[in-house]
Design a protein around this ligand. Structure first.
Ligand code: F0G
Length: 482
């Protein structure tokens, strides 16, 4: 995005695209928003989208497509085997990442499934900078365990550290020396580390991890789902790369890893996923899983139309004007909230703005799910749907004990190229109102708790009837406003 000096002295993001297709939104009155929250068991995953004003649940599969992507979709080549669409996507991945082989999957977690089925066994230990929910579920499903080796700064909610997603290589060396390299099937580096607030790692750090893995003969796997944001931050925060192009940075990153996988619901403004590598042996080892679980090798469960959109979307990911939009909007939200004294993860990351529910609701203990409570209260107050990223998103240990999350966050995702600045400012304003009234909000308890990935479809209820007091206060403050 270009630097514009505003006459007013203010700074705010400037969109480098225009809106040419729109979808009408509705903002329900607060009484109906409360009804929707109650119907959905205080779990925003269970809300009906028609009841939502701004959907900030996720950036997955809901990024806006460009005119070029829509046009490319018309050229899709329908074929079970050998589709020209696959060849085009494969060629684009090779051009950007310098990798020879591509295994398509229907989305990111399907790639995780294959990488865990192929490499992880009972007793395996898999280090990562930080876990992601779906990946951890796949590691543990085949008897492995996850070890997080994030640099300690990564878990400091408020920080000026530009690379909170950095991996602790010293800790990796110590782990390998103590358990032995044969117990570690691979190391996973996650770009734009999701669960700690979309925080990036530096290219210098990835190089160091790569060297350590090589020294011990351990594979390095990059989760590139949130690569676009990480590319933006390397260019803008790592002085050595200030003059490098986004394309140069992307290529260098992929070349440091043995395998890269991605959710194209995030990377490439489409819907799908895949695994890329330069290693023929790895390719052959993973190949049989694709027709078994996903689809034939030239579509892997993806629609050919989406594959065309991803091919163009990957090109747009190398365009600084395009990938800067998300991080700049997020930075605007984070800076405004921070200046208003609202606890938020700093520095701003990618993916979305992350509110620190532990400090926002410091009167609610972690076992009453402060992030889930804040998330529901926020929907009631605004019609904006965020996502709980705290203890509710953890899973119980096999003995039934419940680990408390390192952070209790409400994530307000900013799907790429979707919202306008006035919508984002509305989301900020309602959060400010909620902060002024935060003492009204109380805790939640489970009504229905599934064993696996409970946050997706579990149901909760307020421990005390705080929700009615919240609605009454809103009505007193806003009279007849929505
Ligand atoms: N890795 C990362 C870093 C992710 O953020 C996600 C998905 C996946 C893998 C799995 O990809 O959804 O295509 O199967 N994150 C979504 C989110 C669910 O809302 O953050 P998928």
């Amino acid at each position: 995005m270009p630097k514009v000096n505003y006459f007013s002295g203010e700074t705010f993001p400037l969109e480098m695209h225009k809106v040419r297709i729109i979808q009408k939104l509705t903002l329900l009155p607060i009484e109906e928003r409360l009804r929707a929250v109650e119907d959905s068991g205080y779990n925003t995953f269970l809300l009906q989208n028609q009841d939502v004003f701004l959907d900030m649940l996720t950036d997955s599969g809901v990024n806006a497509m460009s005119d070029r992507q829509q046009a490319a979709m018309l050229l899709a080549d329908d074929a079970y085997a050998g589709s020209a669409t696959f060849t085009r996507l494969h060629a684009k991945l090779t051009e950007i990442f310098g990798t020879k082989y591509f295994l398509p999957t229907h989305q990111g977690r399907a790639a995780e499934h294959i990488l865990c089925r192929a490499f992880v066994t009972e007793g395996s230990i898999v280090p990562c900078n930080y876990h992601f929910t779906t990946w951890k579920a796949h590691v543990t499903a085949v008897g492995g365990s996850v070890v997080e080796l994030l640099m300690p700064a990564g878990l400091e909610v408020t920080s000026t550290n530009p690379f909170k997603g950095n991996f602790d290589c010293q800790a990796l060396t110590e782990l390998v020396e103590s358990v032995g390299a044969e117990k570690i099937p691979y190391v996973r580096m996650e770009a734009g580390t999701n669960l700690i607030g979309g925080q990036p790692f530096s290219l210098a750090n990835l190089r160091e991890v790569s060297q350590t893995c090589k020294k011990y003969g351990i594979k390095l796997i990059l989760d590139a789902s949130l690569l676009a944001d990480n590319l933006h931050f390397i260019k803008n925060r790592e002085p050595e790369y200030a003059q490098a192009s986004i394309a140069q940075i992307a290529l260098e990153m992929a070349q440091l890893c043995d395998i890269t996988y991605f959710s194209a619901r995030k990377l490439g403004f489409g819907r799908g996923g895949g695994i890329i590598t330069n290693d023929e042996e790895i390719y052959k080892e993973l190949r049989s899983f694709v027709p078994m679980y996903e689809g034939f090798l030239t579509y892997g469960g993806m629609s050919v139309r989406e594959m065309e959109a991803i091919t163009v979307g990957l090109d747009e990911t190398l365009d600084e004007d395009m990938i800067d939009q998300g991080p700049q909007f997020i930075s605007h939200i984070v800076k405004t909230l921070d200046e208003a004294g609202i606890p938020v993860i700093t520095p701003p990351g990618g993916l979305g703005a992350h509110i620190d529910a532990l400090r926002f609701l410091d009167h609610i203990p972690q076992n009453q799910y402060p992030a889930a409570a804040l998330n529901s209260a926020y929907f009631i107050a605004s019609g904006v749907r965020g996502m709980e990223r705290g203890t509710m998103s953890e899973q119980r240990e096999p003995d039934g004990t419940e680990p408390m999350a390192d952070m209790e966050l409400v994530r307000l995702a900013v799907p790429r190229r979707v919202f306008t600045l006035s919508q984002v400012n509305y989301a900020i304003d309602r959060l400010m109102w909620l902060y002024a009234n935060r003492r009204i909000i109380g805790g939640l308890k489970w009504v229905e708790e599934p064993e696996v990935l409970r946050f997706f479809y579990g149901r909760l209820a307020p421990i005390t009837p705080w929700q009615h007091e919240l609605v009454a206060k809103f009505r007193a403050d806003f009279d007849d406003s929505l």
